[in-house]
Design a protein around this ligand. Structure first.
Ligand code: FES
Length: 149
């Protein structure tokens, strides 16, 4: 196992054992559940949005280590970000996990998220890693285009 693999594993385990921003927001701008149909695991995402920016985020997760770690990393990455930027980050992560090239490079402020790249080696776990991100994309869509959702 390479040094990079070790670092990725350490980051995932740290977020799994100490998930950031877990909990509930009582009066969120948007609240959305996401389910992994393969295993039945689910999350609930809470966002507070002020002037188009995510000012608070919480996640209630019931899932595997990859799901928990990915969700935890996501909350750190999107907190304080404008919705447009959060959407761009979702696209970067999807590209990193599903894109043809393994060489998606993330900007320095998102480099922790590269730990998720290791999940590419386990195709059945990609859905676990993507659950929080897909739920976020849907939640942002609900906020930006409420009539269509
Ligand atoms: Fe259920 Fe990973 S096994 S989310």
């Amino acid at each position: 196992m390479s040094l990079a693999d070790d670092l990725y594993r350490e980051t995932i385990l740290d977020h799994y054992h100490h998930p950031r921003n877990q909990g509930v927001i009582d009066d969120p701008t948007v609240q959305l559940e996401g389910v992994n149909p393969l295993c039945g695991d689910e999350i609930t995402l809470y966002l507070v949005i002020n002037n188009g920016t995510i000012s608070d985020v919480r996640l209630k997760s019931k899932g595997c280590s990859i799901n928990m770690a990915s969700g935890s990393m996501m909350t750190e990455a999107i907190s304080g970000q404008p919705l447009q930027r959060a959407t761009e980050i979702v696209e970067l992560i999807k590209d990193m996990l599903l894109g043809k090239s393994q060489e998606v490079s993330l900007p320095a402020e998102l480099e922790d998220l590269e730990a998720l790249k290791g999940v590419r080696k386990y195709p059945v776990r990609i859905k676990c890693a993507l659950l929080p991100w897909n739920t976020l994309a849907e939640a942002i869509n609900d906020v930006l285009e409420p009539a269509k959702s």
